[in-house]
Design a protein around this ligand. Structure first.
Ligand SMILES: C[S@@+](CC[C@H](N)C(=O)[O-])C[C@H]1O[C@@H](n2cnc3c(N)ncnc32)[C@H](O)[C@@H]1O
Length: 253
């Protein structure tokens, strides 16, 4: 692995430091830091651990397909790209959203198979109509988030509905992408839907703190705020960090 790609300790990362965000023991604590995630991640993991939280990386990383981000070239040599994402997602348990083929290559670079994989499917005019969500080193509990039953007219299911019960989450989630016309759309070019991240985080165990090393417009942070989970995010682009901070600030628990 090249030296440039090695996780480092940044001088902003004293675990006791709560500057730029709330105390991490507060369930709606959030911190968005502008910078390179390789410099910041180790400190975030230490900070979460110091505050008694189990750090989990939850992220949809750059796709490495030449996407038009502001100020970041999304076109690394392939091997370097997978080594980079592998390093960032192997420091602690992680949940990664990527195109299926890319996830397979990432698992090879990590030398780790995911515990579970969920497919996120959506309608679009492109050839790619789904992404996969891989849970590495952490077992999601699909009973923690309920959804409507598929057969609500079945007699036994009617009785369950009457008792306020719902179906456990399936491993195939149909959720629309954020479109230019969506109310939640920001200036970020590839914003994730909050509903996807809420499901991901909703099925993770109690006692976690979430870190998104590529937080973009802050979708993961918004989902954490809504669910009462401490959050820390990083982005290489200061404008995206600003968008993320104001979205998280406006989100309600
Ligand atoms: C796929 S987008 C994430 C989108 C985000 N999930 C959202 O909903 O807005 C990937 C992000 O990674 C950021 N990025 C690229 N290289 C980075 C690095 N070395 N450190 C931190 N962020 C980086 C890009 O600026 C971009 O915002």
């Amino acid at each position: 692995m090249s030296e440039q790609l090695t996780l480092a300790i940044d001088d902003r990362t004293d675990p006791r430091d709560t500057k730029g965000g709330d105390d991490m023991t507060n369930r709606t604590a959030s911190k968005v830091i502008h910078g390179d995630c390789l410099q910041l991640l180790m400190g975030g993991v230490e900070r979460m651990t110091y505050h008694g939280l189990m750090p989990v990386v939850v992220t949809d990383p750059p796709f490495n397909i030449g996407y038009h981000y502001d100020g970041y070239k999304d076109n690394m040599p392939e091997t370097e790209y997978y080594e980079w994402i592998a390093e960032i997602t192997t420091l602690t348990s992680s949940v990664v959203v990527l195109y299926p083929e890319s996830l397979h290559k990432l698992s090879m670079a990590k030398q780790e198979a995911p515990e579970r994989v969920v497919s996120w499917v959506y309608n679009s005019n492109t050839a790619k109509q789904h992404r996969d969500i891989a849970f590495y080193g952490i077992k999601p509990d699909f009973n923690r988030v309920k959804q409507p039953y598929k057969n609500p007219n079945d007699k036994r299911i009617k009785a369950r509905i009457a008792q306020g019960k719902g179906a456990r989450l399936y491993d195939w989630w149909e959720i629309n992408q954020v479109k230019n016309t969506s109310v939640e759309k920001t200036a970020h070019p590839c914003q994730m839907p909050v509903d996807v991240m809420k499901r991901v985080i909703g099925i993770l165990p109690d006692g976690i703190g979430v870190i998104d090393p590529f937080c973009g417009s802050g979708t993961t942070g918004v989902a954490c705020k809504q669910l009462g989970i401490p959050f820390e995010g990083y982005d290489i682009n200061e404008n995206y960090c600003e968008i993320a901070r104001s979205r998280i600030e406006e989100a309600t628990a």
